[in-house]
Design a protein around this ligand. Structure first.
Ligand code: MG
Length: 447
């Protein structure tokens, strides 16, 4: 039986996999897990199914004796902020992030504003499997209150940004999703000239796919180039990730945005500690060296980064897909603050976006995927280990092969029946060569 909780929360097609019945049971399970009391902040994105699922989750929570603080439509970083700001004992966010509009998801949050740990997700799952869900008596049924987290969030996040003297022209594409509620407005407040694309909320997401990949951002790229803007910014559906396009419309990979923001944000800190998964570009190692800090590599996934932070501390976390975590501000990926910090850094640099990007060493990456049945993954991985035994190997997540002039990462996906094959080198040819070596060895190991 597949686990209910995926890489982050419960995800599925609304009304098919993720039904109101399941959402209700999830709410009641959370209430049971919390000891049938306390206050829970609930937020949602603007999908067509989000209000229905929100109501179901709230029914579950209140019938289990929790009070509910309904935050309404909010980006995920604002829900995480709201849990701390209103001193709730937990949070629930209804969103499927970058997934297509027919999907939705339920994500639980701890009282410190981080996503539920794998252990706590396991406990919720166990309660559901064993049917040990506890409703309270009529006197103890929880009440629902409305609260606004957006305004205090805006105030707090602006305190963390220096309004730049240089005024930039910025094109923002929020994809008709949650970023629209905050990002264009905050950029205007910082004095930027903002051109806002797809900034009305529409839960059918008619304008573009929500995953901020270059192929989904052609309108942003064209608009930046044709309006003579300094940069473009795109967010995913729930605004916990953001990417940047340079003045020519070329989309920068998420790990370069992460590295540029890291260098800017951590400058002057004593031995900063940067936490990132094995899949992130080596460019972050270059930045850490420059800062006199260190990079700690984890398995892939936000909970892995947060887990490492909670165990051993850290300054900044980040992923190759554009999710950056500022640990002195929050415990969740912050697409909004990342956007603002990038603008601040760029403005202070006095450079164009492409020049600013060129202050980092150049790396080329190739990212491929190969179908592989889940039951074969372990055996394939063992064979690959033997195959590459003469190299320096990192077994943190899958197999990372250091070749001296680059690296190759062969990693079984935790959620799909595929192997991911990432290669990175200083030239495009070498990256391609490494990726092809990886693909060949993967196919041999499966055959
Ligand atoms: Mg997201």
């Amino acid at each position: 039986m597949p686990r209910l909780f995926g890489t982050f929360g419960v995800r599925g097609v609304a009304n098919v996999e993720l039904t109101p019945e399941l959402a209700y049971r999830l709410g009641l399970a959370l209430a049971t897990h919390l000891g049938n009391g306390g206050e829970v902040a609930v937020g949602r994105d603007n999908r067509t199914s989000s209000e229905m699922l929100e109501q179901a989750v709230i029914s579950g929570l209140t019938s289990g004796g929790c009070r509910v603080l309904r935050l309404g439509l909010v980006p995920t970083p604002v829900l995480s902020f709201g849990v701390r700001h209103f001193r709730c004992s937990a949070g629930v966010m209804i969103t499927a992030s970058h997934n297509p509009p027919e999907y939705n998801g339920v994500k639980f949050w701890e009282e410190d504003g981080s996503g539920f740990s794998r252990e706590r997700e396991g406990e919720i799952e166990k309660l559901l499997e064993e049917g040990r869900l506890r409703k309270v008596g009529w006197r103890e049924i929880g009440r629902v209150e409305e609260a606004d987290a957006l305004e205090p969030y805006r105030e707090e996040v602006l305190k963390r940004v220096r309004p730049p003297e240089r005024k930039l022209k910025v094109v923002v594409d929020c994809g008709n999703a949650m970023g629209s509620l905050v990002v264009p407005g905050l950029l205007s407040e910082l004095g930027m000239q903002v051109i806002s694309l797809n900034d009305y909320l529409d839960g059918t997401y008619p304008s573009r796919k929500l995953e901020p990949l270059p192929e989904n951002l052609t309108l942003l790229s064209r608009t930046v180039a044709s309006t003579g803007a300094d940069l473009g910014i795109a967010l995913d559906g729930d605004a916990d990730r953001s990417v940047v396009a340079d003045e020519r419309g070329r989309v920068l990979m998420g790990d370069r945005v992460f590295a540029l923001v890291a260098r800017h944000y951590l400058r002057g800190r004593r031995r900063p500690r940067i936490i990132t998964p094995v899949a992130t570009s080596s460019v972050i190692d270059d930045v850490a060296r420059e800062l006199g800090g260190e990079v700690v590599r984890t398995r892939v996934g936000e909970p892995e980064i947060v887990g490492e932070f909670k165990r051993n501390g850290g300054d900044l976390g980040g992923e190759e897909n554009g999710g950056v975590m500022f640990f002195d501000w929050s415990r969740c990926r912050e697409g909004i603050l990342t956007s603002l910090k990038f603008v601040e850094a760029l403005a202070e640099s006095g450079k164009s976006t492409s020049e600013f990007d060129a202050t980092l060493p150049l790396y080329f990456q190739v990212k491929e995927r190969v179908p592989c049945p889940n039951e074969l993954k372990e055996r394939v991985l063992r064979r690959l280990e033997e195959e590459f035994s003469s190299y320096h190997l990192d077994r943190t997540d899958g197999l990372k092969i250091q070749t001296g002039d680059g690296w190759l990462l062969l990693r079984p996906s935790g959620t799909e029946p595929i192997f991911r094959c990432f290669a990175e080198a200083r030239t495009e040819n070498r990256a391609r060569e490494l990726a092809e070596l990886g693909l060949r060895k993967l196919r041999e190991a499966m055959g």
